[in-house]
Every structure is written in structure tokens, then in C-alpha cells.
Design a protein around this ligand. Sequence first.
Ligand SMILES: [Zn+2]
Length: 450
Amino acid sequence: MPVVEPNLILRLGTHAEKEYFDKTLRFFDGLAVNANLVEATPGATASLLVRFGGKKRELPFYIDPMTYAFGEYADRKGVLRRDLDWIKSDQKRNGELIRDYKRSYSKLANQLGDPFAEALERNSSVTWNDFNDSNIESACSQVAEYQLHRIAEEFSSDSELVQFIDKVPRPVAVYAPYFYIEPSNENEWLDLNLRLATTTARNITSHPVHIMICADSSFLLNKKFIERIKAELPSTGVKGVWFWFSAFQEDSASIEHLTAFRNLVETLSDKVSVYSRHGGFFSMALSKHGLSGLSHGVGYGEQKDVIPIIGQSTPTVRYYLPQVRRRFGVPQIERCFDSLEIKTPKDFYKKVCGCVICKGIISDEIHAFAEFGEMHRSTPKSKRLAQTPAAAKRCRYHFLLSRIAERDWIKSASNEEIIGKLKAAAELWGTQTTLSGGTTHLERWQEVLK
Ligand SMILES: [Zn+2]
């Protein structure tokens, strides 16, 4: 198992996040963009990538082909759905409300061709039966071609942009098509995912091919599944694997789940590069046990469910408490200040955070910390208070800067030093009753990283 420096990949969720990328992307090790975002705004995404790619160092980037969105899924009630409803939305057509595919996904299906386009037409998801000897090669090459050429294509079709075509960055790796491994048909889905990876790796020789293993977190404790992954994945010919265990949260996961993840990383990293699709501090610490990198979004998403939560209001962006490696509400943290003797801005920089955002907000007195949790009524009619956009922005910038600092520190720290830091944090912050229950992961992580 190699000890590696963790690569930190920032995932672009929406174009509204552009400013965070402008200011912080150069401190990250790469950028990931989902194909549905490319299709929603091809021109804007392409020029953004060229702008970032044109900076003095070539920035590694990935296009996630999002093929799983055309597969089946179990909804929140555990019901198996093949109706593709999760990529549909209510739309107004000629004054009538209808439910139809989101434009970005129907464009993506057309780009990827069959069996994706076919599935949308028949209104039922892609299944393992849709791939056979006669179409699997073409389906895999279409998905690879998409990642390699979609951005350049956008430039060549525009008379003004075509002059920049040489500046268009190419992805550093190509993802094989992948689908959510749904528990009631685990063998069929796993077989298909491995076969799609084998086919892509055989045909694409210009770029390393990566596989995405997207499955429910319960699979971490499924011995048969884990043994198959360990035994069969390396022989597909892929150079890298990204794990996405839906609903796997590093800070609430049990010792058993965390240990299983560590073992998986350790075993596979001898043969392929291993990445975590939605990772946090624990994933970074696993770089001492072979993990090559992780990706996450701007200020949320250290864990992500495969099934998006529909109709949820914008959540409050909480403050990432660097020593505890987890987010908390601002009042929760404030109530610890007295007993931890955090009385002046200097105390704050030393014991909580000294990043430029925190120093800018808390320059004269400690009470300014409340600005990270500032609330307002977003409209005069709003009944409930919501976080102000400025406060959410402060929390996100502070989080990104904290994450970069963590990555830099982990690079030079030993496994023992990482465990020591977690222990010290547990001793200090774990005694704080207002954080109760929110620091227990520190003990579990120490145990698993030993
Ligand atoms: Zn800070």
C-alpha cells in the first residue's frame, strides 16, 4: 500500500459557484464537472474550463459522464424505480403543467447515444439487459468520446471561440459508463459495471480509464461484494477507481463501515489509484493508507446521496470547525468560547481558525464571529429566518481555505501525528456540552486510522 499525497479535486455544482473557483481553484489539485452541467450551459462551462486550464499550470480536470442518472434507483421509501422520474421536472408547456425530462439530461442522452437515448424514449431506465455483445463497444466509446471531445466541440462550433481550441484542456482520465449498484440486483449491476470498465479500458489507450463504484453504503459490510471488488476490479485494466457509497458519512459512520473502507483502500491501492468521490478529512487521512485523492463541492457534500432530496429548501451553511473536522451551528460554537477561554481575536486565531476570512471578520472583537451565522427574512413575507447569502458565503470560503490547509498539513504529517491531532481535538472540544454528540467521530477515526 503506497503512502501518497492526497489530491484535492473541487467539484463544480452550478455556475453560481464560479466565484469560489476563481478565487480558490488554483490551490486545489484539479476540477470535476458533471456532464449534465456541461449540457445545461455548454458555452459557459467550456469557457470556464479554458480560463482555468489556461492558467500557468495545467489543471487536471474530469468530466463525470453521469450515466448512472439513466439507470434505476430505490427511492426514499425503498421502492425500486425505473421511471427516470429523478431526472424529470415540472415544466410549463403552452400554459399546461407537464412532467418531462430536464433539458440538460435529454441533451446528454442524445450526446451519449443508445442505450441512453433509447431509454428516455421508452420512458424506462437503462438496465443491464440493454448492453450486449453488439452494442457494448459503441456505448463505451461514445461515453469516452464525449468526455474527450465535448468541450473542444463547443469551441469548434463557435466562430469566435475556435481560435482558442488549442487551449481546451483534455480530461486527465476517462470514466467508463457506470450505474448505481442497486441492492436487489447487485450481481447483475456489478457484472455490468465491471464489463463496461473492461471494455472501455481495452479500447481507450490514449488516457487512463477510471471506474466509478456507486453503491449503497450497506455494501461496505457486504463481504461477498467487497471480495468481488478486491478480486475482480484490478483485472478490468482500469488505472483508477472512485468510490461513491451513497449515504456514507465519514463523521457518522460506524467503526465497522470506516474499517471496511480503509481495508478496501489499502488492498486496492497496491494495484490501482483509489479515490473518494465525496470525501472529507477522514478520506484525506487515508492517503497514509493508499488513497490517492478525493473530490467535494463548495461548502457542502462531504457525503452525497445518490438519490437527490427533492423539494428541500436551501440548507443553512454551517461553520466548519477545523479542529473537529466537522460543521456546527454558529451559536453552538460560540457557547464554547467561555470555557475554552477564547476571549480575544488572537485567542480565536490560535484555537479556532486564523484563515484570512476569519481574520477579516473577527478583527476587533470576538462577537463578530456571529456574522458567520447572520440571519434575516429573505422576503418581508417570510415567516422563518434564513441565513443571509453573505454569511453563507463566508462559511464556504472559510471551509475551502480550511480544507486546503488540511491537505497541506496532511502531506507532511505522519499517520501518528494525524491521530495525535484528532486525540487533542477530542480532549478539548469533546468536553463541550453544546457540541454533544458531534465529536464522537474523532475517537472512531483514531481507532480506524491506527
Ligand atoms: Zn477561517
